[in-house]
Design a protein around this ligand. Structure first.
Ligand code: 6GU
Length: 243
């Protein structure tokens, strides 16, 4: 996979992409991440990237020319998605991450200031993504979030100890509670069932806990999961505090 990131602040990406799962995926050649400074694609003497909005008002707007020049220079031929990170975009979630993980190449464009010239939206970008309903100073942190969620899904990105399958949201539910040693910590015990060695019972307990946690914390997610008869029974048992 090839990810091109266009930004006015290329230095922001060095740290987060160097370590952990992304850094390892880059080292393994699973993904190539190229960072470009939009300012390098200006043609005027002062390398101007923004200007005041037509019609007046506060703030500055990113000019179209450097954005078009940059995108056209970095993307290969063919159908490469050009994604603008903006609070006006469609909401990012695990489904969108999985969709992007299936692409071979993509361009992420980080907006800044008051916004980008509307012609960038209309004639250059193919998709707009927001990572949530709050305002960031720019698209850089959003691009890092998107890259992390996408790259960790690439085959081979996670080590054998790590797994994508049980993560929160991977099955539409929040993850079940996890415990490790010691068995007793300050008088707080690990649930007995996890020590039982009964694999089927452990799986049932985990599914029940996932369902309970999701129903309590994220009822909006519950509306989208298909509950089996066993799920309904498990939820009833959890409610009766039988498990
Ligand atoms: Cl993608 N950009 C900005 N500037 N703010 C955001 C966002 C993106 N997603 C949520 N808030």
């Amino acid at each position: 996979m090839k990810i091109h990131i266009l930004t006015l602040f290329p230095d922001m990406f060095a740290g987060p992409f160097a370590d952990s799962i992304i850094g390892r995926a880059v080292d393994q050649g699973l993904v190539e991440i190229d960072i470009y400074n939009i300012r390098d694609y200006t043609r005027d003497k002062h390398h101007v990237v923004d200007d005041s909005p037509y019609g007046g008002g506060p703030g500055m707007v990113l000019k179209p020319e450097p954005m078009f020049e940059a995108v056209e220079a970095v993307k290969g031929d063919g159908e490469v998605p050009v994604i603008l990170l903006t609070p006006q975009g469609r909401l990012f979630n695990q489904t969108v991450a999985a969709e992007l993980a299936g692409r071979e190449e993509m361009v992420l464009v980080c907006g800044h200031y008051e916004g980008v010239d509307e012609r960038v939206r209309q004639h250059l970008v193919t998709d707009e993504i927001s990572i949530g309903d709050y305002v960031l100073s720019g698209g850089e942190f959003a691009a890092m979030v998107v890259v992390d969620a996408v790259v960790r899904q690439l085959p081979g990105a996670l080590g054998s100890e790590e797994s994508v399958g049980d993560d929160s949201h991977s099955n539409g539910l929040l993850e079940y509670p996890q415990y490790t040693r010691p068995q007793s910590f300050r008088g707080w015990e690990v649930p007995q069932i996890l020590l039982s060695g009964n694999h089927a019972e452990v799986e049932r307990w985990r599914r029940g806990q996932s369902l309970k946690r999701t129903a309590e914390r994220r009822p909006d997610l519950m509306e989208r999961v298909a509950l089996s008869d066993e799920d309904k029974e498990l939820m009833a048992r959890v409610e009766r505090e039988e498990i």
